[in-house]
Design a binder for this molecule. Structure first.
Ligand code: PGA
Length: 258
C-alpha cells in the first residue's frame, strides 16, 4: 500500500510501577521479537524508562519518553532533557500531547523548541496535534490541526525533519471511548500530509508517518489502519495490557502486509 512502515506506540501516561512496567514491556518484547513488519514503541513514565529499556533487551521494541525540555542541562527543576533521554536509551519522544497543552500550559512555541532539540539528538519526535470538540463543532478542525503542525515545524526544513512522526489525536476521542470514524480520520490525515507537502516538499511529506490516537482499541484498530494515510496508532488506555495492545500491534503488521 505504501513504503511507510506502520508504527504502533503505547502512551502509558501516569500508570505502572517499575515492576508493572517491566512485566508489560517483557510481554510486548516477547511478542515482537527482534524484528517485525511494524515498528513498536512503548512510552512509560520517566521513572520506569531505564527498567523498561532493560526489559526490552535485544527486541526491536523502541523506547519513548512522554515529554522533554528543549535544553540539555541547566537550572530547570523537574525537567528531563533530550541528552538524558538519549542516555537512558530513548529513541522516541512524544511532544505536544493535548494533556500537556491543556493542563501544563504547553504552547506551540514550546513544542517547536522541543521538536528542534529532539532532532539535534536524533530522537524521533512524535508530534501530537488535535482539535477539541468545540473546535470540531465550529468547523475549525483543519485550521487548528494544520496550524499546530505548521507552528511546530516552522523554520525546519525537510532534511532536518526527516524522522518526524505526527500523531493526530482529536481531544474529544482521547480516553472517552469515542473514536473518530475511520473516514474522518483519513480526511484529517490526508490534509496533514498535503499541508506538509506544501510547506516542506512532497517527497518528504509522502514519507512521514501520521498516526491516529484517541480510543484506539483491538476492535477498531484494523479499520482505522486500513485507511491510506493512517500509518499507525498512538494508544493510551489499550496499551496498558498486553492482551489489548498485542492485537493492535497485529493490526499494524496486517497493514504492512496489505
Ligand atoms: P486513549 O489515549 O487511547 O486512552 O484514548 C490516547 C492518547 O492520549 O495518546
Amino acid at each position: 500500500m505504501t513504503d511507510r512502515k506502520p508504527l504502533i506506540a503505547g502512551n502509558w501516561k501516569l500508570h505502572n510501577t517499575v515492576a508493572e512496567s517491566q512485566a508489560l514491556a517483557g510481554a510486548i518484547a516477547a511478542h515482537v521479537g527482534d524484528g517485525s513488519a511494524c515498528e513498536v514503541v512503548l512510552g512509560p513514565v520517566a521513572t520506569s524508562l531505564a527498567a523498561v529499556k532493560e526489559a526490552l533487551g535485544g527486541s526491536a521494541v523502541g523506547l519513548a519518553a512522554q515529554n522533554t525540555h528543549w535544553e540539555d542541562s541547566g537550572a530547570w527543576t523537574g525537567e528531563l532533557s533530550p541528552a538524558l533521554l538519549l542516555d537512558v536509551g530513548c529513541g522516541y519522544c512524544i511532544i505536544g500531547h493535548s494533556e500537556r497543552r491543556q493542563f501544563f500550559g504547553e504552547t506551540d512555541a514550546g513544542v517547536r523548541k522541543k521538536l528542534a532539540a529532539l532532532l539535534v539528538h536524533k530522537i524521533v519526535p512524535i508530534l501530537c496535534v488535535g482539535e477539541s470538540l468545540e473546535q470540531r463543532e465550529a468547523g475549525k478542525t483543519l485550521e487548528v490541526v494544520l496550524g499546530q503542525v505548521e507552528a511546530a515545524t516552522e523554520g525546519l526544513d525537510a532534511v532536518a525533519l526527516a524522522p518526524l512522526v505526527v500523531a493526530y489525536e482529536p481531544i474529544w476521542a482521547i480516553g472517552t471511548g469515542r473514536t473518530a470514524k475511520a473516514e474522518d480520520a483519513q480526511e484529517v490525515h490526508r490534509a496533514i500530509r498535503e499541508h506538509l507537502a506544501e510547506l516542506k516538499g512532497k517527497s518528504w511529506a509522502d514519507s512521514v508517518r501520521v498516526l491516529y490516537g484517541g480510543s484506539v482499541k483491538p476492535n477498531n484498530a484494523e479499520e482505522l489502519l486500513s485507511q491510506p494515510d493512517v500509518d499507525g496508532a498512538l494508544v493510551g488506555g489499550a496499551s496498558l495490557t498486553a492482551d489489548n495492545f498485542i492485537p493492535i500491534i497485529d493490526a499494524g503488521i496486517g497493514r504492512a502486509e496489505s
